[in-house]
Ligand binder design. Sequence first.
Ligand code: SF4
Length: 119
Amino acid sequence: MDKFKYDESTDSYTCPQGEKLETKGTWHKKTRDRDSYQYKKYRTPACKTCPVKHLCTGRAKGGREIERSEYAPAVQANNQRYKENTALYRKRQEINEHIFGTIKRGWGYGHTNLRGLEK
Ligand code: SF4
């Protein structure tokens, strides 16, 4: 995925071959356990004749397909903040993360991180 560039102004991706992967704008729903989120699909017809398709996708029929979550902008913004403030994030880990470890393991709340009725 790091070889594909997303362009917010056209809501499309450009692949390593310079082809534009576009979306029809339809939101699809994916459900895992009790959570669900929406995503859009991006494709290009150029995959049919692409000389490096075998390096790009394992799909015998059809071409490369990219799924972009509704939360992708928030994830990108967070990654950007992290890159710009690595020292601050390291400090946050030192100060905050062990508290959650104490709550979970020391006080017996390990189940709080599990999902699903069985767990
Ligand atoms: S298979 Fe499709 S998406 Fe992948 S490099 Fe070729 S044209 Fe681009």
